[in-house]
Design a protein around this ligand. Sequence first.
Ligand code: BTN
Length: 269
Amino acid sequence: KLKVMPQNPYLAIERGAPGRIGWRIHYFDEIDSTQEAARELAAGGADQGTAVIAERQSAGRGRMGRTWHSPAGVNLYTTIILRPPIPLADVPRLSLVAGVAAAEALEREAPGIVALKWPNDVWLRGRKTGGIIAEAVTDAGQNLDCVLLGIGININLAADDLPPELRDKATSMRIATGHPCDRIAIADSLFNLLDSRYMETLTRGFESVRPAWESFSALTGKRVAIVEGGRRQSGVVKGIDGTGALLLDIGDRVERIVAGEVSAEGAYE
Ligand code: BTN
C-alpha cells in the first residue's frame, strides 16, 4: 500500500540545521492544503523551519475564508512551521515579515515591479501575485505553540489559466515579466531571505524590519478605504508602525488600523 511519491525536486535546496527555515522540505504532488500537512507535522513535534511544498492543492486556503487558486505544476505553495518565543498577539507581524522576504525574493527576478499591499499581499505591477497567511496553533492554555506560515506565489501561471473572477486582480511572475521563472530558485531565495528576516525580527524586533516593508509599500501616500467589521474608514496611508499596524491619516488624526480590507480610491499602480 505504499503510495509512490514523485522525487522531491526541492531536496536540493534543503540546508542548515534543524530550526533554520527550509532545513527540511516535505514535498507532495497533491494535497488538500499545505497548512493541514504542516499542522500534522507540527503536532508530531516537527522542528521549526520544517516546510511543506505541494505541486497542487485541492483546497488551498486564503485569508478571510477565501480559497487560493492552486493549479498543478506552475506555482509555489508552501507552509513553514515556526516556533517563535513571542506572545500570540504578535503573530500577525510575522506575516508582514514573510511579505518582506517574499518581495525581496521576487525583486531579484523582477526588479522594480514588486510591491506590498498591507497587510501582506505581494503585488507585481499593481496586481496580486502572492498571498500570506499566518495561522497560530495554541496549547490548552491559549499560549502560542507554533505558527503555520503559508505562502502562495503565482510563478508560471499563464493568463489563460486565471479564472475569470481573478483576471483583472491577479497576475504571476511569468505574466508580469514575460518569461517563465525557476520555481526552485525562487523557493530557495524565499527560504534564505525569510530565515534572515525572521531571525532579525526575533533578535531586534519588528521595528528593525519595518523600513524594508515600507520600501515596498504600494499604498503609502495613497488615499484608501478600509473596511473592517462593517466599519468603513477613508484616509491617506502614512505607512506602518513598529507593531505592523497601518497608519491612516483621516484628516484630524492618524488612526492605527490593525485589521481590515484595504482598497485604493481611484487608480493606482
Ligand atoms: C491570501 O492572500 O489570502 C493568503 C493566501 C495563502 C495561500 C497559501 S498557498 C500555501 C498555503 N496553503 C494554503 O492553503 N494557503 C497558503
